[in-house]
Design a protein around this ligand. Structure first.
Ligand code: HMG
Ligand code: MG
Length: 305
């Protein structure tokens, strides 16, 4: 793979919509995923099969997954917390799952009611079963750059959990700055520790939230460190209900603008991503925060009233 090629993993339909106050109709979610895959995004995390009590926003996961267009060559991972979630994913026809744990014990307890060890005990059989049925598995490490409850998180702890996910059978591990607290000087530490722990760069993704406006700077440093997979969310939707202060994910439009301007290839059409955000914007309770999206909207001129 060319070193100028970057894979953008779109997480808006899951990480974005899980934290929007508005109840987004299923039809709108399906159209959103379809518009994102039509924009050329190679990976679109379509929904979550978690407890609907924990995340009511995504309770319609089965219907969403069944109805979205499955474009050849596009991956559609779904978030799964346990075997029940895997059952639902399999019944819906998903071919890729994402499991999730954290580098922080307290966050894990609040998010999934489990310690780090318990979380591995819970999803090791999930990963095993998924792989036996030929599924691809993504793993997330939340709070990789800091925790809303415990404060600083040691890069060595983040790397240890990332490596453990790889050993458990994940094809790719995404290290998350769940509350958007990280700064660029942390990125070489976190990435370097992961590499030292035996994580190939080709299997390491970075997942930034933009709570404090540092996400793009962190991406630029991640690129310098050789990372070529980044997660983002159209329009900058999202957050995490169990991470106080987590604003939206890094916006896909902002990420694409940076990548394309720096000469990286993604295969994604930025204007079509903005169109997907525009089509969704009427169904959420707030204006999409993406700066590039807003600039594109201003350039379109005032709307007729
Ligand atoms: P629990 O209460 O410890 O476990 O929840 P439980 O097994 O007793 O289940 C509680 C209830 O949920 C039961 O129903 C289960 O049947 C049901 P009841 O008997 O009370 O009627 N249930 C399910 N229903 C449907 N599908 C399932 C399922 N599992 C249980 N799969 C559990 C533990 C993990 C299930 C729960 O805490 C949960 O679902 N948590 C999800 C939390 C979540 O989705 N958080 C956001 C995603 S993480 C994130 O955003 C970070 C990330 O983006 C990376 C980053 O930013 O760093 C990934
Ligand atoms: Mg996230």
């Amino acid at each position: 793979m060319s070193t100028s090629r970057v894979t953008v993993v779109e997480v808006g339909p899951r990480d974005g919509l899980q934290n929007e106050a508005a109840a987004v109709p299923t039809d709108v979610k399906v159209a959103f995923v379809d518009a994102l895959s039509a924009a050329g995004l190679p990976v679109v995390e379509a929904t979550a099969f978690v407890s609907p009590k924990a995340i009511p926003q995504l309770a319609d996961g089965e219907e969403v997954f069944r109805r979205i267009v499955k474009r050849p060559g596009v991956r559609y991972p779904v978030l799964v917390p346990n075997e029940r979630g895997l059952d639902r994913a399999e019944a819906s026809g998903a071919r890729e799952i994402a499991v999730f744990t954290a580098a922080s014990e307290t966050f894990n307890r609040k998010n999934i009611n489990a310690s780090i060890d318990e979380s591995f005990a819970r999803f090791e059989p999930v990963i095993r079963r998924a792989r036996e049925s030929g599924m691809r598995v993504r793993g997330y490490v939340s709070c990789g750059f800091g925790c809303p409850y415990e404060g600083a998180v040691r890069p060595a702890s983040t790397a240890r959990v990332a490596r453990r996910l790889l050993d458990a059978g994940c094809d790719e591990v995404s290290v998350g700055d769940t509350i958007g607290i990280g700064v660029p000087t942390q990125v070489p530490d976190v990435v370097g520790r992961c590499v030292d722990a035996g994580m190939p760069l080709a299997r390491l993704a970075l997942h930034f939230h933009d709570t404090r406006g540092t996400a793009l700077a962190n991406v630029a440093e991640g690129l310098r460190q050789g990372v070529r997979i980044f997660d983002s969310s159209a329009g900058g939707l999202g957050g995490c209900p169990y991470a106080p202060g987590a604003a939206g994910n890094l916006a896909t439009e902002d990420l694409l603008y940076l990548l394309h301007g720096m000469g990286y290839e993604t295969g994604v059409d930025l204007s079509l991503v903005a169109a997907a955000t525009r089509a969704l914007a009427g169904a959420i309770a707030r204006r999409p925060v993406s700066r590039v999206y807003q600039a594109l909207e201003s350039a379109r001129g005032p709307r007729p009233v």
